[in-house]
Write a protein that binds this ligand. Structure first.
Ligand SMILES: [Zn+2]
Length: 208
């Protein structure tokens, strides 16, 4: 990937070097509103060549995404949602044509899928796991993050559901409290009503 050439403060204009995984705070005015500046001219040359052999999702633009070696991970294919030509809004908005980006096709129907996929992949790449485990965690059928688990639970839940147990909650990248909060929100219950299985001891008998 192309690391940002530098970070630029949106308030005072200060430019400073980009350091991965260091909170971006302006060293002059302490603002946290920093813009990453890339070598866009170099990237433009690539784009104009059509980015051949790249997938039609966000990783198409891997040159300006924070991964060193995108090919080493099974990357979650967020992005690439369709762009529809609207027949209705163009005239009212004073344009010849208007296209609508349809984010309903993303896994959580939100443009934040891209941001989450990029952040998770970057943290994974820099994390302590061996390459094979990184590929599995990062892949489509690897691990669920709390939001995905909550979305799945939302689809599965029904009136007769009596007990929900979160299992295999990562010690490194998650906490029981975060998992409970995400799932409890879907179930509309107290966080503590969601049980969490211990990775070493499992869980005790449950009376229903
Ligand atoms: Zn500043």
């Amino acid at each position: 990937m192309a690391a940002p050439k530098y970070l630029e403060c949106n308030l005072c204009g200060n430019q400073q070097i980009y350091e991965p995984f260091v909170p971006a705070v302006c060293k002059k005015c302490a603002s946290q509103w920093m813009e990453a500046r890339y070598d866009y001219e170099a990237f433009k040359r690539e784009v104009l060549r059509g980015l051949p052999n790249r997938p039609s999702n966000m990783w198409r633009y891997q040159d300006i995404l924070p991964l060193r070696d995108p090919d080493s991970l099974d990357l979650y294919p967020a992005g690439g949602t369709p762009l529809w030509l609207s027949q209705r809004f163009a005239r009212g908005l004073g344009h010849e044509s208007v296209y609508i980006k349809d984010e309903r096709y993303g896994p959580t129907s939100s443009f934040k899928d891209r941001q989450a996929a990029g952040a998770v992949a970057a943290m994974l790449e820099n994390g302590p796991y061996p390459a094979s485990l990184k590929r599995r965690v990062g892949g489509r059928f690897g691990h669920l993050e709390n939001g995905q688990s909550a979305a799945l639970l939302d689809k599965l839940k029904h009136d007769k559901l009596q007990c929900v147990m979160a299992a295999h909650v990562s010690h490194k990248n998650n906490t029981a409290a975060l998992a409970q909060r995400a799932l409890a929100r879907v179930l509309d219950c107290a966080d503590d009503d969601v049980r969490v299985a211990c990775q070493t001891a499992g869980f005790d008998w449950i009376t229903l």
